[in-house]
Every structure is written in structure tokens, then in C-alpha cells.
Design a protein around this ligand. Structure first.
Ligand code: AGP
Length: 630
């Protein structure tokens, strides 16, 4: 989820704001900073050379560096704001990465899955590396092809040909931009499973990871397709596939204003991030299993033998992250047969917990800075536990203080209310559970392969829910004056009910409460009054030990007492219709994976209702994105 900008212009651009490649690129990075702010960097082609500056931290750090060490005037440049995946947020890992003796600069968004293998091949050729990143490997590969395979031919088109040959050898998700000292006036870019758009100007052309990278200069855009390469100069835009065959992009006019462009055209970051969820799940899965259904979590860096000895798992987290842990508990205990407790981090260390060297503590945190969770992890380590962090922020404190980390790749989550990070946390927890089961031989490879295959279908199923959310949004708007909403769920639907209630609480400021459906008759049913809205997350009717009939009975019980029953159910489940005022269907999927789907309607409902109340869903009152105090 990095921010990427490219520019080639001619000298006719009016002087002043936005004059020259550097100004245009920096303005684009400013608008793209929400896509990543671990580091930032730029490179320009001037006087027969590449000049580059890059700094860890926010864009302001780079601006300070440029103030201290200015770049030469140039009409060709690229820029990058990083959301770290491979390698921490340091100056050395910041993009651009240079190759070919410093004459080539490359920036990248995505994950090169086969970077380790390519790095070994390049090391064997004597190539030296200075960073931990997969991007530097891509740069070195491109430089090696340009210099050695194509003989450093600096004629027009050779950088394009080198990019084509390089992309034929890359696996994973990538948007790459490259400039070469031998080819001033040219930027070459490539994309696979990662966004890239072209901005069309008069005597100048632009590249951006999304239109906000150039919306201040042009609203004419060309969206590139999968496995395409684009070469821009001040006066031309040429598109090919990875093998050089001419290809077409899709031209369109951007009708967003700059501010909404940063939100991808959505009216809030929360809406944008809800719609990012197919990609957040896909990116978190990417590169972590092979075609034979074997988990490849080498990044975990914990001795597998130690993991085989684990006899208890404790999940530590707060808020939404804790609900992700509750979902994980069902899956991990089912697959690994290891007792798994989920603890609110702020309670954990004050209850004198039983922790020893055979306890695996898994912390879950989007920010990696939640003090309650950090202190609990520290306590667990002092007690001798092994600790793994599931985190969305590369290089943050909790991963740094853990024995190992499994990063979610949801990209920066700007809205205070967590959505895409939640789904990515659940996805990462599933991968960890499958990995442990694989290590310990609890389930057969074939079963793991089946679960991975089911997981790979989730992004498209989420997209289907997003595409059909109209009626739900209409209901949410009609309910904007409600004073209380209850949420019921059972089994993995119970944490979903808790999360649905939390979303409504934190952005619509409405009393909302989630219950285990089976708990209803033990007290909460007394809350049911005429017209009380109750969301019910219904398990699939498929499967021998389905809880379906029990939850349908719960719907009847609350409906009989006047509740407005709003049901989330699996496509094809007709049994709920008779007792539901509204039914919102989600695609069929195995029970343990259902939270990745049933959560989405509840997120949409909360965002739409809060929006209808005129509230700022991104910055709700009294809350912060990361609670860094105990
Ligand atoms: C979720 O919508 C909230 N913003 C909050 O509960 C959050 O999940 C919790 O504070 C934990 O934050 P973390 O994931 O950054 O540790």
C-alpha cells in the first residue's frame, strides 16, 4: 500500500508551484502519504546521472533532507512513500533503490514473492545489496538485465525491454517504476496485482499508485491492466504486455476533488478501507503458501521444534483486535488441538496468569503500539513465554519486542475504527493456526490445501457483499435515530456480534451490545422490547453439527417479544426468512472462515448509519487510532 509517483515533462510548465519533476513528485507524495508513511524518497534524472534522496519517517523528514541537500533541476523523476512489508522502516530500506552502479533507480509497491531466490542468483553474479528489501532485488535484476543482457544499450526502448524481461521473472504483486541516467525523459513502469494509473498532460505525463498522485495537474487518466508495462515521456505514453506486445489502457476522466481522491473517491477513509478488504485479505495471504498447500511462514523465525512443544496459546489484544483473537481461538483449537485462551491485554498481567516456556503468546495489534498489549507481551516474556506478534505496522514496538512477527498486509489503516486490519488479523491468525497444525501433524496437507483454497476465494466473496450493499445501506440510514441495537451470534458468530456492536458504539455513539446467542435466555432477553433492533449472525445450515436451528430459535424468541430481527445469513438459507424483518445474505463458505464475510455487512451498517447522523466516521469523538497509554 505504498504511494508511488512518476513524472516526465518538458520545460514549458509554468515556473512556481509544481515547476520541474521534483515539485510535481513531492506534491503527489504529499497527497499519497496516507498510503504509507514509514519512509519517503525521490530520484531525478539530471546531467547524465541519477540523483536521489530518501529518509525514514514521514514526508517531512525527506523535505528536510532535500532542504539540506537539494537535488538538481530535472524534468524526469519518481517518488515513493513506503508502507513497509519486507524490512523495517529505515533510511536504508526506503525507496528508491539504486542499481547498475547508481545509474538506475527503482521504486515499488507490493511483494516480490520470489525475491529470495532471485537474490541468491544475483549474489552469485557478484551483485551486492545494502538493504533487506525485496525491492532492491527487483532493482538489481532490472539493472543486471539492462547492463549485461541488453549490453547497456541506451537507445530508446531499452529500459522498457529490460523491464519486460525482468517482469517475466518476477512473482507476486508489484507496481514498479524505473528511471535510468542513460535515458533522461523516460519513466518505465510495470504492474501486476497492484495499482498503477497514468495521468495524461499537455507536454507532460504522470504515473501514480492512484489518481491523487497527479490530480493537481490533470484529470485525464488511463488505468492499466494486469501484467502491463507503460513507458512515458513528455509527449508519449506506450503500453505493452510483459512480452512487448502492444496493449491498451482504459482512459477516463477523474471527477473526484483532490480531498476525496485521497479516499479513493469514497466519502471517508473508513468506507475506503471497508472496500480495501478484498485486497487486504489477498495481500495477507500472498506468498505464504505454495501450490501444494504447504505453509511457508519463514518470516516467523521461531524454531519449529519450540512450536511443536507449545501446550497452551494465549492471545493478547484489545478491542477489535481481541475479537479477531476470539475468532482465531475457534480455528486454532479446531486445527491444532492446543488450548487457546483469548485475554484482554489490560486484564492479563494483573490476574497472575499461568505462563511458562511451553506457552505461546500471540499478540494482535494493528498499530503495534497499544500500550496495554505491549505491557502484557513484556510480562509474558518475563514469564518465559515465546511471543509472536500479528501486526499491521512494520517495525513498530510490539513486533520489535516479540520473538517473531507475522505481518498483516492491509496497508495503512487511517480511520480510527478498524475494518480491513480486523479481517487481515483474522486471516493471519488462520495462517498461523494452519502453520502450527502443519508443524505438529494435526491435520493432513490435503486438508490444509483445502482451507487455503477456501481462503483464496474470500476476497471475491467480500467484493460480492460490497457490490450488493445497497439495501443494507438504506436500512442503516432509516435507523439513524435508533437508541440501541443488539447483536447476537454463536460460535465464530459470537466475536462477529461483539465487533458489530463495537463498530456501532465507536462511530455512531449508539448503545450497542453483542451477546452469545445462547446467553439470551440467561438474562439479556429481558432487554427485548417492542421494536428493539436485533442483528443476528446465523451459522450455515450445512454441516452435521450446525448450530443453525438453535440460532433460528433465538430469532423466533426475540421476534416473539417484538424485536426487529435483522439477519445475516448464508446464501440459500430460506429457513430464516419467516422470522426476519430483513435478511442480508453472504456467500457460502466454511464455518470457521465465515467471520471474514459476516463482519462486512455490520461494518457497512455502522459506517452508513454514522454517516447518516452526520458524524465524522474517520475521527470519532473520544477515540485515538492507537492507545499508547495504559
Ligand atoms: C477498533 O475499531 C478500535 N479502534 C480499537 O478497539 C482497536 O482495535 C484497539 O484499540 C486495538 O488497537 P491495535 O490493534 O492498534 O492494538
Amino acid at each position: 500500500m505504498c504511494g508511488i509517483v512518476g513524472y516526465v515533462g518538458n520545460s514549458s510548465r509554468p515556473a512556481g508551484a509544481g515547476h520541474g519533476a521534483l515539485d510535481v513528485v513531492l506534491e503527489g507524495l504529499r497527497r499519497l502519504e496516507y498510503r504509507g508513511y514509514d519512509s519517503a524518497g525521490v530520484a531525478v534524472v539530471a546531467d547524465g546521472a541519477i540523483s536521489s534522496r530518501k529518509k525514514a519517517g514521514k514526508l517531512g523528514n525527506l523535505l528536510g533532507e532535500l532542504e539540506a541537500r537539494p537535488l538538481p533541476e530535472s524534468l524526469t523523476g519518481i517518488g515513493h512513500t513506503r508502507w513497509a512489508t519486507h524490512g523495517g522502516p529505515t533510511d536504508g530500506n526506503a525507496h528508491p533503490h539504486l542499481a547498475d552502479g547508481g545509474r538506475l533507480a527503482v521504486i515499488h509497491n507490493g511483494i516480490i514473492e520470489n525475491f529470495a531466490e532471485l537474490k541468491q542468483q544475483l549474489l552469485a553474479k557478484g551483485v551486492e545489496f545494502s538493504s533487506e528489501t525485496d525491492t532492491e532485488v527487483a532493482a538489481a535484476l532490472l539493472g543486471d538485465i539492462f547492463r549485461n543482457q541488453l549490453g547497456g544499450d541506451s537507445s530508446k526502448g531499452s529500459l522498457t525491454e529490460a523491464m519486460q524481461l525482468a517482469c517475466q521473472r518476477l512473482e507476486g504483486a508489484f507496481t514498479l517504476l524505473a528511471v535510468h541516467a542513460d535515458q533522461p525523459g523516460v519513466v518505465v513502469a510495470a504492474r501486476r496485482n497492484s495499482p498503477l494509473v497514468v495521468g495524461l498532460g499537455e507536454g507532460e505525463n504522470f504515473l501514480g499508485s492512484d489518481v491523487s498522485g497527479f490530480i493537481d495537474y490533470t484529470r485525464r487518466a488511463v488505468e492499466l491492466g494486469q501484467d502491463q508495462i507503460v513507458t512515458i515521456t513528455a509527449d508519449s505514453v506506450e503500453i505493452t504486455d510483459f512480452f512487448g506486445a502492444p496493449a491498451e489502457g482504459k482512459e477516463y476522466n477523474v471527477d473526484w476533488d483532490p480531498a476525496s481522491a485521497e479516499k479513493g473517491g469514497f466519502n471517508s477513509f473508513m468506507e475506503k478501507e471497508i472496500h480495501d478488504q478484498p485486497d487486504a485479505v489477498a495481500q495477507t495471504l500472498l506468498g505464504r503458501s505454495d501450490l501444494n498447500g504447504k505453509l511457508t511462514l519463514d518470516e516467523l523465525r521461531i524454531d519449529p521444534e519450540l512450536l511443536k512443544q507449545v501446550d497452551k496459546i494465549i492471545v493478547l489484544a484489545c478491542g477489535t483486535a481481541a475479537y479477531a483473537g476470539l475468532v482465531a481461538k475457534y480455528a486454532i483449537e479446531n486445527w491444532c488441538r492446543i488450548p487457546t485462551e483469548v485475554e484482554l491485554a489490560h486484564e492479563f498481567r494483573y490476574r497472575d496468569p499461568i505462563v511458562d516456556a511451553n506457552t505461546l503468546v500471540v499478540s494482535i495489534s494493528q498499530s503495534g503500539e497499544t500500550m496495554d498489549t505491549l505491557m502484557a507481551v513484556r510480562y509474558a516474556r518475563e514469564q518465559g513465554a515465546k511471543t509472536i506478534s500479528i501486526c499491521n505496522t512494520n517495525g513498530s514496538t510490539i513486533p520489535r519486542e516479540s520473538d517473531a512477527v507475522l505481518y498483516t498486509h492491509a496497508g495503512p489503516e487511517i480511520a480510527v475504527a478498524s475494518t480491513k486490519a480486523f479481517l487481515a488479523q483474522i486471516t493471519a491468525a488462520y495462517l498461523l493456526g494452519l502453520y502450527l497444525a502443519q508443524l505438529r501433524g494435526n491435520i493432513f496437507t490435503g486438508q490444509i490445501k483445502d482451507v487455503l483454497a477456501d481462503l483464496s476465494k474470500i476476497p471475491a466473496k467480500i467484493q460480492k457483499i460490497l457490490d450488493n450493499s445497497g439495501p443494507l445501506r438504506e436500512l442503516a440510514r432509516s435507523m439513524k435515530d435508533e437508541k440501541s441495537v443488539l447483536f447476537l451470534g454463536r460460535h465464530v458468530g459470537f466475536p462477529v456480534a461483539l465487533e458489530g456492536a463495537l463498530k456501532l458504539k465507536e462511530i455512531a455513539y449508539i448503545h450497542a451490545e453483542g451477546f452469545a446467542a445462547g446467553e439470551l435466555k440467561h438474562g439479556p432477553i429481558a432487554l427485548i422490547d417492542e421494536g428493539q433492533p436485533v442483528f443476528v449472525v446465523v451459522p450455515s445450515p450445512r454441516g452435521r453439527d450446525s448450530l443453525h436451528s438453535k440460532v433460528v430459535s433465538n430469532i423466533q424468541e426475540v421476534r416473539a417479544r417484538g424485536a426487529r430481527t435483522l439477519v445475516i445469513a448464508e446464501e440459500g438459507d430460506e429457513a430464516v426468512r419467516d422470522y426476519a424483518e430483513h435478511v442480508f445474505y453472504v456467500p457460502e463458505t466454511p464455518t470457521l472462515l465465515m467471520p471474514l464475510l459476516t463482519t462486512v455487512p455490520l461494518q457497512i451498517f455502522a459506517a452508513e448509519l454514522a454517516g447518516a447522523k452526520g458524524y465524522d466516521v474517520d475521527q470519532p469523538r473520544n477515540l485515538a487510532k492507537s492507545v499508547t497509554v495504559e
